[in-house]
Design a protein around this ligand. Sequence first.
Ligand code: 5GP
Length: 183
Amino acid sequence: MEQKISLHDKTFRLFIPNETIEKAIDAVAARLNKEYADCTDEHPALLLCTLNGAVIFSAELLKRLTFPLEFKACKLSSYQGTTSTGIVNTEVPLPKNLEGRRVIIVEDIVDTGTTIETLHGQLMERRVQDVRICTLFLKPEVYKKSIKLDYVAMEIPNKFVVGFGLDYDELGRNIKDLYVLDI
Ligand code: 5GP
């Protein structure tokens, strides 16, 4: 694996290797398997992937989850380049007929929490039975919202990262390891 990579005009250095991320996903998946073991074919959980960043995390979770579930996706966006705009746009709307469902939101990274707060609110309005949040990364120094983050695979410092599904202006999602902005 490369120690440094360039994307557009920026350089990033290796931060967390793929194996470490996958081990953290093993642990989160084991917790989910325990806590959702009572799901049935008649009442499956709904894994809701937030596009595009959470695609790799969602796929890795799907490979590990053993309880009955459906998989759907939605897309909200708040980032431009390397900073949050604070305004959340809906690009792919929520799936229909969510009433009574047990929803697990799968997020790539929670930063300010604006995106997750918006999505959580939209799901509650749809009268779901239960919403839990499962995020691959959390920046605890930045997160100040009151919504509980039920499953956090890894906590990271307040730095801009790419790889494992996360992009810098659409590049870098296909990099296996996590890289951090080198400044
Ligand atoms: P929030 O709404 O919590 O401030 O931001 C969440 C969204 O911003 C994430 O789903 C992700 O798309 C983007 N984001 C936040 N931090 C980072 C980061 O360090 N790197 C990348 N590539 N995207 C980030």
